[in-house]
Design a protein around this ligand. Sequence first.
Ligand SMILES: Nc1ncnc2c1ncn2[C@@H]1O[C@H](COP(=O)(O)OP(=O)(O)OP(=O)(O)O)[C@@H](O)[C@H]1O
Ligand SMILES: [Mg+2]
Length: 271
Amino acid sequence: MTTSHTLVVEDLAVGYKDRAVLERLDLAVPPGRITAIVGANASGKSTLLRSMSRLLAPRAGAVLLDGRSVHRMHAKELARTLGLLPQSPVAPEGITVADLVGRGRNPHQGLFSRWSAADDAAVAAALDATHTAGLAERPVDELSGGQRQRVWIAMALAQQTDLLLLDEPTTFLDVSHQVEVLDLLTDLNRARGTTIVMVLHDLNLAARYADHLVALAGGRLHAAGAPADVLTEDCVRTVFGLESRVITDPTCGKPLVLPLGRHHTSGSPRG
Ligand SMILES: Nc1ncnc2c1ncn2[C@@H]1O[C@H](COP(=O)(O)OP(=O)(O)OP(=O)(O)O)[C@@H](O)[C@H]1O
Ligand SMILES: [Mg+2]
């Protein structure tokens, strides 16, 4: 099963007051695939995700979902097709995990429609998939950073959208939970054809999990394409100002970036 929604960014310019952030950005999100966005801090990744989910209005250009400007769609209408997990979401004070995840169902409820068995099932499945069912009655404020992050992911899953945008979904997670979340998003992509767009800082996980890699530098698109084509030593140097070696990951054949700090240069005797 695949969904075929198209999400296209056309000549987009976005900023905050007098600060221009994104300029002349063009991007086509491959439908039914996993896209990872990488780039240095402040390069505009979150700004791009917020613009794609209509939270920030463009100064020029457009974001088109199935050919329609997302900025001309109603919030709820868009939220039935496209979900966003922001970088630092804030939970209402005192809310429990079950209630927060339940809010993911809001876009599916009409003015007078009641909470349904389908809503219950979606919440239960999301809690289950993220291993947060045991936390359901706990206040979100009292969770660890990693538990809270998984609860937010559960909320995004409960929304059951065909497109899912996630801003650093693996922050706060230990290495096994990082892999688990990325495996879970891959399952969702394979089973339902959900189009995933996520910002990741770990270049090696990005290369491994993404079909399509987008590198931003200074608010502009530096490169986009298959991870092996995008993630080169030149790219890492330009985008992050970092010297590195890029080798082939023996476990999956994808590029593996080995950063070279000032103390660990290539060929130095102490490694
Ligand atoms: N609400 C805001 N008001 C003013 N400037 C902002 C706002 N949010 C972000 N910026 C600025 O826009 C630029 C891009 O920020 P953005 O959050 O998109 O970066 P990012 O690539 O997501 O970085 P990070 O990796 O640190 O999350 C930065 O210079 C930032 O200071
Ligand atoms: Mg960000």
